[in-house]
Write a protein that binds this ligand. Structure first.
Ligand code: PGA
Length: 250
């Protein structure tokens, strides 16, 4: 009933030429996937990625956007700019944006609202730090982040949102959450969505796991009831690894 979405998050990797080569190869290897396949790329790569993905199943996402329409925001990119390029998805509130670029629950919410207003599909990231996990507050913290991210977002708009559960201690560390840990928190997110909206809406929203998901561990994670895909950093930089993960779907 809900879509499985396998999304690559390239972060600050690949030049436009490298991006084009990657997408051309991926397009020949992924013809009829049982999931939605998305590549989220740096702003300067987006044009090359959109062009290379044309006619393929690959959808394109940005890694960030600003919440204002236009104006004096040096270095920023608006939702309209992304839409005009043919971008469909946008990652919002990745923990690296929250940590290194001072993004808050408030700006995450503003960005999600703006993305939806402009017809972009937000992939909203939530997840706890190691010390929060060790303090036993993971579930409450992630539920709170989810509620704040979705503040003033209607039920019909919420259906267009993907939530990515990314425990910060698992990102880029090679330490993956166990399937039980990942499933538990994704279940908490779904229960929170049910609380905010209703059960039918909660059941329809895609919840991804992210954090050192790779060609070895993705199969088990993707089999879990509440894990509907992955947000994949490192393993999305290598075509064959990314394809292996896509092929686990369905
Ligand atoms: P990772 O990154 O797969 O390299 O851990 C995931 C992410 O940050 O989205």
């Amino acid at each position: 009933m809900r879509k499985t979405v396998i999304a690559g998050n390239w972060k600050m990797n690949k030049t436009p030429a490298e991006a084009e080569t990657f997408i051309a190869e991926l397009a020949t290897k992924v013809k009829n996937p049982a999931c939605e396949v998305v590549i989220c790329a740096p702003f300067v790569d987006l044009d090359a990625v959109v062009k290379a993905a044309k006619g393929s199943v690959i959808k394109v996402g940005a890694e960030n956007m600003h919440f204002e329409d236009k104006g004096a925001f040096t270095g920023e990119v608006s939702a309209d700019m992304l839409v005009s390029m043919g971008v469909e998805y946008v990652i919002i509130g990745h923990s690296e944006r929250r940590e290194y670029f001072a993004e808050s629950d408030c700006t995450v919410n503003k960005k999600a609202i703006k993305a939806l207003e402009k017809g972009l599909k937000p992939i909203i990231c939530v997840g706890e730090t190691l010390s929060q996990r060790e303090s036993g507050i993971t579930n409450e913290f992630v539920a709170m982040q989810t509620k704040l991210a979705l503040k003033n977002i209607s039920k019909s708009d919420a259906a267009k949102v993907t939530i990515a559960y990314e425990p910060i201690w698992a990102i880029g560390t090679g330490v993956t959450a166990t399937v039980e840990q990942a499933e538990e928190v994704c279940g908490v997110i779904r229960a929170t969505l049910s609380q905010i909206y209703d059960d039918a809406t909660a059941q329809s929203i895609t919840i991804q796991y992210g954090g050192s998901m790779n060609a070895k561990n993705a199969d088990d994670l993707l089999k879990m009831e509440n894990i509907d895909g992955g947000l994949i950093g490192g393993a999305s930089l290598v075509v064959d690894d990314f394809c292996t993960i896509i092929n686990y779907c369905g």
